[in-house]
Design a protein around this ligand. Structure first.
Ligand code: BG6
Length: 528
């Protein structure tokens, strides 16, 4: 391998040769995004590498990326944490995570190459000496392995550690791009604050060290294929978007239901709850993609501008006692299994008032959406795991049929199934065969697994690769994050001041108050 370390006259490491590898291929159209995009020379440091997310998602995603040939041969992965692990011990940890969760087949050669670039640095987030060792290691890898001064830092740590980690990255010089070239980026996991004020404070801390253009905030829902398809559905077709407005749409329901409980997640979840965990980020991002105007072009700045515009126009509808619902699961049956209630789960306060179900009503003050409620709901230990967006259409303005002929017909509906069973369903009325005239609902279904042979990559694969490629379209900006908190904060304040969540048995579809919330508007939740 060429090591350009000694090639510069000043004796400074000079990575220009390796960065040359990132120059666009003159034979390739840079706007052609159909071909696989491959990251140039670079490395990734993960803080919080011993956590659940790293083990279940990040480390397997890195192997899968390598296996698909999307990482450079020089790719290096450094874990940073308090464990006194050697390189070999960390390698074993990564290996077991990969064996457990990787989605692509095992290939020894890929692993061997990846493993050569795996390292571990022991230290906590305030330790100067450990960060200096980390900085030294990155320089060594730049010289010897060819990471070319290009480093991304993945903060998979609770937000209270952001200040120390950012300070240390700045102090040790890790945040600065080397004079000889190379980039520095930071990738940040949620939760990004617990309200608008704390999000602003965190943004200020991060942006003091990294310019906004180098900050990649993860909302893994945006990495999902079906979520990106919302843009294709709306803006690549003539059939759907003209109907996306208050003339045709009665209301929109966005549901993210999970059947899992919270055993083992008390440390993160108790005191956070379903609205902060899911509505503030994933569901408001889905709302933004469904409701935003067409971007002028498909680049990060234009996409983000449209999302910001729609989030600015979004408000929670009150009075919250009637337009929201919150619940907490009690023991019940999940399929054939008896499961505990939240307050009996390990680590949770037996008096916990943390909600595991949240539903709320939002409106968008724009010509397109005025008067159309957006109902968002999420919960743990619900009937089954499903995330979907349902646009429920108004009745036809006039029905030239006799009494009773359309009695069995419901509202037309367009349902985007985000997961599982990715696809889209259209529900509309059709004549029942026979000599009479009777209209009943039928479904037209598009399923990814039937239409395409390629399997969708895991969201984290897509997002890690995008961060390494400096492709920011799928990452919410600081403004989007702050606006989302601003939308949710009034509900959280009211909830904190009044009452506690309603109980619902595990395995059901949430508390009765959620049904009542929609019934007051003369509507009902779709049973996914
Ligand atoms: C995370 C939430 O962001 O998303 C978790 O913190 C939730 O509580 C998870 O379980 C769900 O992700 P997915 O991709 O399985 O829908």
């Amino acid at each position: 391998m060429t090591t350009p370390a000694d090639s510069s006259p000043s004796g400074d490491p000079d990575f220009r040769d390796l960065n040359d590898l990132q120059r666009p291929n003159p034979l390739r159209d840079e706007f052609d995004k159909r071909l696989p995009r491959i990251a140039g020379p670079c490395g990734l440091v993960i803080f919080g590498v011993t956590g659940d997310l790293a083990r279940k998602k990040l480390l397997p995603a890195i192997y899968d990326l390598a296996n698909r040939g999307l990482l450079p041969p020089s790719f290096s992965l450094i874990g940073y944490g308090r464990r006194p692990w050697s390189k070999a011990e960390f390698e074993q940890q990564v290996l077991s995570a990969v064996r457990d969760k990787a989605r692509t087949p095992w290939r020894q050669g890929v692993w061997d190459r990846l493993a050569e670039g795996i390292h571990f640095v022991t230290g906590d987030f305030t330790n100067d000496a450990a960060f200096d060792r980390l900085a030294e290691l990155t320089r060594t890898l730049d010289r010897e392995r060819g990471t070319a001064g290009n480093w991304a830092y993945y903060l998979s740590v609770p937000p209270e550690h952001f200040p120390s980690v950012c300070h240390q990255l700045e102090r040790s010089g890790l945040a600065d791009s080397p004079r000889s070239g190379g980039w520095r980026r930071v990738v940040i996991e949620k939760p990004f604050g617990h309200d608008e004020r704390s999000a602003r404070e965190l943004n200020a801390i991060v942006n003091k060290v990294f310019p906004e253009s180098s900050v990649f905030r993860i909302d893994h829902y945006l990495g999902k294929e079906t979520v990106q398809n919302i843009l294709a559905l709306r803006f690549a077709n003539q059939l759907f978007d003209p109907l996306f407005n208050s003339h045709y749409v009665d209301h929109v329901q966005i549901t993210m239901a999970e059947d899992i409980g919270l055993g083992g997640r008390a440390g993160y979840y108790d005191g956070i709850g379903a609205a902060r965990d899911v509505i503030q980020n994933h569901l408001l991002q889905l709302l933004a993609l469904i409701a935003m105007e067409e971007p002028v072009a498909f680049n990060p700045a234009e996409l983000q501008a449209e999302k910001v515009k729609v989030l600015r126009a979004t408000r929670p509808v009150g009075p919250f006692l009637k337009t929201t619902a919150r619940g907490q699961y009690t023991s019940g049956w999940q399929g054939s299994q008896r499961v505990k209630g939240l307050r009996q789960e390990e680590g949770f306060d037996p008096e916990s008032t943390t909600e595991t179900f949240a539903a709320a009503t939002f409106e968008i003050s724009s010509r397109r959406w005025a008067g159309v409620p957006f109902y968002l709901r999420t919960g743990k230990r619900l009937g089954r795991r499903v995330t979907e967006i349902a646009l429920v259409f108004k009745d036809a303005p006039h029905l030239p049929f006799g009494q009773g002929q359309t009695a069995a017909q419901g509202n037309n509906m367009l349902v985007i199934r985000v997961q599982p069973d990715e696809g889209m369903l259209m529900r509309f009325g059709s004549k029942v065969p026979g000599s009479g005239m009777e209209v009943r609902d039928v479904n037209m279904d598009f399923s990814y697994s039937e239409a395409f042979t390629e399997e969708s990559p895991e969201a984290y694969e897509r997002l890690i690769l995008d961060a390494l490629l400096d492709e920011a379209s799928l990452f919410p900006t600081n403004e989007e994050v702050e606006l989302s908190w601003r939308i949710l904060d009034p509900i959280l304040t009211q909830w904190a001041e009044h009452g506690r969540p309603d109980d619902y048995p595990a395995g059901t579809w949430g508390p009765a108050s959620a049904r009542e919330m929609l019934a007051r508007d003369g509507r009902e939740w779709r049973r996914p």
